[in-house]
Design a binder for this molecule. Structure first.
Ligand SMILES: C[S@@+](CC[C@H](N)C(=O)[O-])C[C@H]1O[C@@H](n2cnc3c(N)ncnc32)[C@H](O)[C@@H]1O
Length: 417
């Protein structure tokens, strides 16, 4: 007989403890636990709500706990348990009975009394605690590192930096892109019922349509990801390199734009991600992609034996500051020095790939970062190192303005002589 599935709150506590110990993203830990325990979709969704609810609000929860526990030092497990309990009561607005009882039941013998007392007090003093939150400085109220808010204030404005923090505090919407490469068109009436976006290929959904996803009729993808693909504008018959391609969301859209005619070489440094990309291509009926694993910080342009490309997409690894609504823990992992490190990798990849562009060809450099250092500044320095290349256009989305994830894309061309 298999062991019973632990309740979502017990798994949430385990994910939070694992997250604090390691370098793994919370999303990966959630997926790992959901797979290991074969969680039903509803339970996996509850697990994500609990974990994200805590990680999105660590500073706010700790400000409340300082009040509730008179600044007492808390043992690690008790601390996470209290954060989890208070998040359910004051942020996620879960029924107090379940929130308190089930959270207390996860505490070890000696700690139960404390957890029970603190959570019951939080429930009683709910109104006072919520108004106390309003009096906190932004880095505590909106749970973002102070240095990050300052960095964004310098690059945009203080008002926009706070709007971005507020944006990051809300659960992300789910969007799907309809896969037009699927041999059987979707029932138009079903598509007509979907919530439209400003891009006719993308729709907002409350819950992902699982049968459509499994059958490759759609792909979960934020509309901001279209910016780079549309700027690259590949044509049927083109030879395209997608240098940082996994898990293949943009490649699949490029293949659709090309009507599955031509050739795409979709590379990525991580074999595990290449495998996932291959599965995605198979499901999405992408038939023109080849998927060699290539690390562009080690490989040179000679890797394809002289092959040159009409179009190149470099969707570079980045700080992910444009997608912090989805990657809720990025804010706690980022450090001020990380941006400079990232720009070194981005520039190395650009320099390695640039010689593969045909004369007259187009290259798009894109990120899901909002940071000028990783975007405009990387592009400017790249152009200075490669005088044959010209910047044609840049496009970006800003979450607080465009209501989608943040993205940046620069279109660069090579003269035909
Ligand atoms: C932003 S993600 C790409 C997302 C993808 N374009 C999509 O739309 O699904 C960046 C990718 O770059 C890959 N990567 C990181 N460093 C790399 C390198 N040195 N060479 C090639 N790929 C790299 C990562 O493994 C990651 O899959």
């Amino acid at each position: 007989m298999s062991a019973p599935t632990p309740p979502a709150r017990a798994l949430a506590l385990q994910v939070l403890l694992d997250w604090e110990r390691g370098e793994t993203y919370a999303q990966d830990l959630i997926e790992r636990h959901a797979t290991r325990h074969q969680l039903a979709h509803r339970d996996a969704a509850l697990l994500q709500t609990l974990v994200f609810g805590v990680l999105r609000n660590i500073s706010l929860l700790d400000s409340w706990l300082d009040e509730l526990c008179s600044n007492k030092r808390l043992e690690t497990k008790v601390h996470w348990l209290l954060r989890l309990g208070v998040a359910q009561l004051l942020i996620l607005e879960m029924p107090p009975h379940a929130a308190v009882n089930e959270t207390v039941s996860l505490a070890d013998g000696k700690a139960r009394g404390l957890v029970n007392a603190v959570l019951r007090r939080a429930e009683r003093e709910r109104t006072e605690l919520l108004s106390f939150a309003e009096s906190l400085p932004p880095h505590d109220r909106l749970s973002h590192p102070d240095w990050l808010i300052e960095r964004w204030s310098k690059q945009y404005s203080e008002q926009e930096a706070l709007k971005l923090c507020e944006w990051n505090q809300n659960p992300a919407s789910t969007y799907i892109r309809i896969n037009r490469l699927h041999p059987e068109p979707l029932d138009q009436a079903a598509v007509a019922n979907l919530a439209t976006t400003s891009n006719p290929e993308f729709f907002r959904v409350e819950t992902p349509p699982r049968d459509w996803l499994a059958a490759g009729r759609c792909y979960v993808q934020d509309p901001s990801t279209a910016v780079a693909c549309e700027l690259l504008a590949p044509q049927p018959g083109d030879v395209v390199l997608d240098a940082c391609a996994a898990p293949g969301g943009k490649t699949a859209y490029l293949a659709q734009m090309m009507g599955n005619k031509g050739r795409i070489i979709a590379t990525d440094a991580m074999p595990r991600r290449v495998k996932r990309m291959e599965e995605n291509f198979e499901r999405l009926h992408v038939t023109i992609a080849e998927t060699p694993a290539v690390d562009w910080t080690k490989a040179t342009a000679a890797v394809f034996g002289g092959l040159q490309f009409d179009r190149i997409l470099i969707d570079a690894p980045c700080s992910n500051t444009g997608v912090m609504r989805r990657r809720v823990d990025v804010r706690w992992r980022l450090q001020p020095w990380f941006f400079k490190e990232m720009t070194k990798t981005q520039s190395t990849i650009l320099d390695a790939v640039a010689p593969l562009l045909k004369p007259g060809g187009s290259l798009v450099y894109s990120t899901c970062s909002l940071d000028h250092e990783e975007n405009e500044e990387v592009v400017q320095a790249f152009l200075q190192r490669h005088p044959a290349l010209r910047l044609k256009e840049t496009r970006s989305t800003l979450p607080w303005r465009n209501q989608v994830d943040g993205a940046f894309a620069a279109l660069i061309t090579k003269s035909s002589r």
